[in-house]
Write a protein that binds this ligand. Structure first.
Ligand SMILES: [Zn+2]
Length: 224
């Protein structure tokens, strides 16, 4: 079997745009809060695109923040030299739309009109179903002694080996991805196995993953 066939198989298993679009939302009006720096949880924005909206802070919903703190506690109780680092949280709908349109323009030649929404969604979540604009999704990794563990790829890098279960990464990277996944899932985050760093709570992806009757968070426009 060729390497690309294995990537294709892994991608086929991912839930896609059409799985999410019908998920209903029963919105709870929870506030967005900045993630404070603590002994085992830090933030380090990976992009500057949110600077005009939230300055240097990363915002998430209140329950998401509580769950991140629980996850960080759990991790440091297992290894006090480790901490969680969040590099992205809430993203405006406008930024999501711009990212999506840019990706769509790049892929337009390669796919038919019918295939295009799913194809683009694999790289950049479709604006209608995206988790980051709900404040429920985070991009996150584990640091040890302030340095990222080996996860096989850099966080946020859209390459085939970002698929969580890529068999072409080292044993150590595989173990580290599973550690992150286990920690996050133990406090109710849903993984997105197309990107080892992306997890969410309360959005459509989370509802679909855990077969909840509805999602908890609407997308929203927010700035400080
Ligand atoms: Zn993400």
């Amino acid at each position: 079997m060729k390497k690309q066939d294995i990537y294709d198989l892994l991608e086929e298993k991912l839930l896609g745009y059409l799985d999410y679009v019908e998920v209903p939302i029963k919105s709870c009006d929870e506030v967005l809060l900045p993630i404070p720096t603590t002994a085992n949880l830090i933030t380090s924005p990976i992009d500057e695109d949110m600077l005009p909206y939230t300055a240097h802070q990363i915002y998430v919903r209140q329950t998401v923040l509580e769950k991140l703190s629980q996850a960080a506690e759990l991790l440091s109780s297992q290894d006090p030299t480790m901490e969680l680092e969040v590099v992205y949280g809430y993203r405006t709908k406008e930024i999501q739309m711009n990212l999506f349109e840019k990706c769509q323009a790049e892929l337009k030649q390669r796919f038919s009109e019918a295939e295009l929404p799913e194809a683009v969604h694999k790289y950049i979540a479709s604006p209608e179903v995206a988790g980051h604009p709900t404040g429920g999704a985070v991009d996150i990794q584990i640091l040890k002694d302030r340095k990222p563990l080996d996860f096989g790829t850099k966080i946020g890098k859209l390459v085939s080996d970002s698929l969580t279960f890529s068999p072409f990464i080292s044993k150590e990277a595989w173990y580290n991805r599973q550690l992150l996944r286990r920690i996050m899932m133990s406090v109710d985050f849903a993984p997105f196995d197309g990107e080892w760093w992306h997890f969410s709570y309360g959005d459509k992806e989370w509802a679909k993953y855990y077969e909840k009757p509805f999602a908890l968070y609407e997308q929203l426009d927010f700035r400080i």
